[in-house]
Ligand binder design. Structure first.
Ligand code: FEO
Length: 414
């Protein structure tokens, strides 16, 4: 394939994975994923990040399409997760003189995962490596997404190789640069990637954003998804990361519920209907047994309102609801308006579990919880309506312009 030039002397040599069902063995990939890799041609040749082991051969052909038989002098590893380092052993076998650049923790992991300890170049935070006309500067950004994570910046070209940061699920279907695609196609998958994979690390992401804030950036080359080169798009994705890592949601509502025989679901429908009747347009409902948890987590990061419903099941929450609240707790989700509802057949524990969850998360409780014994009994329906009404009013009160995580929607509002 003809090399794809990001800017002069920097080429995209990444690959698309449309085969894998689940990222990290867990997160669904309905639109696949790309593993992005880049070549810099200077007096020294540099490969920035590698790819999943399954795509070693494809990477090989992409590299040779740029370098021919020239060797690679340096491999910079910004992130050790095997979706980017699976091909490293193969690279070392093909390019035995390649020097691997990483920080202290990278080098420990390189040895731990692959037994590679020779030909390594240790760099520190703020360190620099000259490759000819250009320099590589290294910024340690721990926990975006692993502790060894760093970013590499070329000041002469104002290009940032950001690792997982600013990345998105979804393959690159022909277009790689944002100038070749409709960027909005990737925003939902960027929010899903962030919330599922990096969402636990909001505070380290904020630290990283502050560290990078003084850099002039004219291109962001992430390890997943499009390469961002247009100033407006760069600003949009940085703002998106800033908002997501501050747990700042849009004025919408997620209702996630489990239901065995439809009784809890009926409450969910009443709540949603009443919220809509009171003017709330952004409402997403998830039956936890049907929706992917990945999508539910994405929507909880997108929206400020959250209502969870569960039957009592073996004295616990419904299993998928229990799994969801655990996933949200694990990601330290903050600043949500919250309500809960549920049902039981003979002994309720839903209220205890969901109120403990709300307290632990420090969510603001909106409306009295609705807990129903067996089927719809007098008074329950009105309490459910009140929950929908109160949540809509809370989300819409004092909101003149509804902010949104979607840049193209913001542009329309302005
Ligand atoms: Fe794309 Fe954290 O790996």
């Amino acid at each position: 394939m003809k090399p794809i030039e990001v800017t002069k002397d920097i080429y995209y040599v990444g690959v698309n994975d449309r085969t894998k069902e689940n990222f990290e063995g867990h997160w669904p990939l309905p639109r696949g994923v790309s593993y992005n890799s880049y070549i810099i041609e200077d007096e020294k040749t540099v490969l920035i990040d590698a790819v999943d082991i399954c795509y070693s051969n494809v990477l090989s052909r992409r590299i040779r399409s740029v370098l021919g038989d020239k060797p690679i002098d340096y491999l910079v590893i910004n992130h050790m997760e095997p979706d980017h380092t699976g091909a490293v052993e193969w690279l070392v076998s093909q390019y035995p003189d390649i020097q691997i650049v990483g920080n202290k923790r990278t080098i420990e992991m390189l040895n731990g995962f692959y037994g590679i300890a020779d030909n390594v170049v240790l760099v520190e935070d703020g360190g620099e490596l000259s490759i000819g006309k250009n320099r590589l500067q290294f910024y340690l950004t721990p926990m975006v997404h692993w502790p060894e994570t760093m970013m590499t910046y070329i000041p002469e070209k104002k290009v940032l190789f950001s690792g997982d940061a600013f990345g998105a699920f979804g393959t690159l279907d022909g277009g790689v640069l944002d100038t070749q695609i409709h960027p909005e196609r990737y925003y939902d998958e960027m929010i899903r990637y962030y919330s599922n994979i990096v969402g636990k690390f909001g505070s380290p992401v904020q630290t990283a954003l502050k560290k990078l804030s003084g850099l002039g950036i004219e291109a962001i080359c992430s390890t997943h998804g499009p390469v961002w080169t247009v100033a407006e798009n760069i600003s949009n994705v940085v703002n998106l990361y800033d908002r997501l890592s501050r747990y700042e949601g849009d004025n919408g509502l997620v209702i996630a519920y489990g239901s065995m025989y439809g009784n809890t679901e009926e409450l969910a429908e009443i709540i949603a209907s009443e919220a809509a009747r009171n003017g709330l347009k952004s409402i997403v409902m998830h039956n936890v047994s049907k929706s992917s948890q990945s999508d539910i987590i994405r929507d909880v990061f997108k929206y400020k309102g959250l209502i969870i419903g569960s039957p009592t099941y073996n004295s616990k929450l419904y299993p998928e609801v229990e799994s969801l609240v655990s996933a949200l707790d694990n990601r330290f989700v903050k600043n949500r308006f919250f309500s809960y509802f549920g049902s039981f057949s003979w002994s309720d524990t839903t209220a205890r579990h969901l109120s403990a969850f709300a307290r632990g998360m420090e969510f603001e409780l909106i409306a009295e919880p609705v807990i129903m014994k067996q089927g719809m009994i007098a008074g329950v329906e009105e309490k459910a309506r009140e929950m929908g009404r109160a949540m809509a009013e809370k989300l819409l009160s004092g909101v003149e312009v509804v902010p949104t995580l979607y840049p193209e929607e913001n542009a329309k509002i302005k």
